[in-house]
Ligand binder design. Structure first.
Ligand SMILES: [Zn+2]
Length: 289
C-alpha cells in the first residue's frame, strides 16, 4: 500500500502552493535492489524541500524487515519510546478514557507503552503486515485501521495524536495535518518527529546525508514544520532535537556501563549532549496543541 495522498503531480509547493521552486539537490540512491534518481526541489517562498519525481515504494512485510522496525529486545528503541510516551504524559496525563492515536505504528512498541500507562489506544498504518506484527509482538489491544486519516475511526476525537518518522513519507502533508487538527480535542497534544534538513549533520553531509532516501518525499526543517502546523491551526508548545530527560539518559547510560556496554552508554550521553544545541542532531520534534 502507498501513503495517503501520494501521487505525482507537477504542482507547486506542498506547504504554501507557491510556484517559485528551484532544484535543490539531485542524487542517486540504491534501495531494495533498485536504483533511484531523487530530485529535491526547494520552495523559494517558504523554504520547504520536497521530492518532485515519482517514486514507487511498496509498504509491506519486506519494508518492515528492510527498515528494521523490530524493537523487541532492543533496549535503545525501548528507551526512546519510553521517553516519548513520558513526554506526552506530562502534557496529557493518561486518565481513563483519554484517547491516544499513533499514526505509523511500526511494530506497536509505542502503543504498547501508551496502553501500559492507561490510555485508550488507536493505531493507523498503511502496512497491513505492520498491524499483524504489532498484535503478535506486543499483544496490543488498540483499535487499528488501514484507512486514510480522513476516514479512519469516524466520529472519534483524540487527546493525543503522535507521528514518529511518518510525515516525511507523505507527499501532501497539509491535508494530513488538517485532518489531525479536526480530530484533536481542544487542549489535546500533537507530537511530530521528522528529519531536519537544516540540521548541522545535514549541512555537513550535504548530498550524501543518509536521510535523503527514496522513501522520504517531504524534507522539513524546524522552520517549515512549525510553519505547516501553524497553518493547520495548531499552536506549538515546544520543539527540540530530542525529547529525552537528563536523569533518564544518565540512568540508562549507567545501566549500559554496568552491563559492559560502555560504547552504548557513551553513545547515549553524546547524543544527549550534542542535542542540547538545537539543530545539531538530524531530527526535529514538535509538541503542539
Ligand atoms: Zn512553499
Amino acid at each position: 500500500m502507498k501513503p495517503e495522498g501520494n501521487s505525482f503531480t507537477d504542482r507547486g509547493c506542498p506547504l504554501c502552493e507557491s510556484r517559485r521552486s528551484r532544484q535543490h539537490v539531485n542524487v542517486n540512491r540504491r534501495y531494495a535492489s533498485n536504483e533511484y534518481e531523487l530530485v529535491l526541489w526547494k520552495c523559494q517562498d517558504c523554504g520547504f524541500v520536497f521530492l518532485r519525481n515519482e517514486i514507487d515504494i511498496e509498504y509491506d512485510g519486506d519494508y518492515l524487515e528492510r527498515e528494521a522496525v523490530i524493537t523487541k529486545g532492543d533496549p535503545y528503541a525501548q528507551f526512546i519510546a519510553r521517553e516519548r510516551v513520558s513526554g506526552i504524559a506530562r502534557v496529557v496525563p493518561p486518565e481513563p478514557g483519554k484517547r491516544f492515536l499513533d499514526i505509523g505504528i511500526g511494530d506497536g512498541l509505542l502503543l504498547h507503552l501508551a496502553e501500559e500507562l492507561g490510555y485508550a489506544t488507536y493505531g493507523l498504518d498503511i502496512n497491513a503486515d505492520g498491524l499483524r506484527l504489532a498484535r503478535s509482538t506486543y499483544g496490543i489491544r488498540a483499535e487499528l485501521s488501514l484507512e486514510p486519516m480522513g476516514d479512519a475511526f469516524p466520529g472519534t476525537q483524540f487527546d493525543v495524536i503522535h507521528m514518529n518518522e511518518v510525515i516525511e513519507h507523505v507527499t501532501d502533508p497539509m491535508p494530513l495535518l488538517n485532518n489531525c487538527r479536526k480530530r484533536l480535542k481542544e487542549g489535546g497534544c500533537l507530537v511530530i518527529q521528522t528529519g531536519n534538513i537544516d540540521s548541522v549533520v545535514s549541512k555537513i553531509r550535504g548530498r550524501s546525508w543518509a536521510y535523503i532516501r527514496p522513501v522520504h518525499v517531504s524534507y522539513f526543517s524546524t522552520k517549515t514544520l512549525l510553519h505547516a502546523i501553524k497553518e493547520s491551526g495548531f499552536k506549538p508548545i515546544k520543539w527540540m532535537t530530542l525529547d529525552w530527560r537528563l536523569q533518564s539518559v544518565v540512568s540508562q547510560a549507567g545501566r549500559l556501563l554496568k552491563h559492559g556496554q560502555a560504547k552504548g552508554g557513551l553513545k547515549m550521553m553524546t547524543l544527549y549532549l550534542t542535542s542540547i544545541a538545537h539543530g545539531m542532531r538530524r531530527s526535529v520534534v514538535v509538541y503542539a496543541t
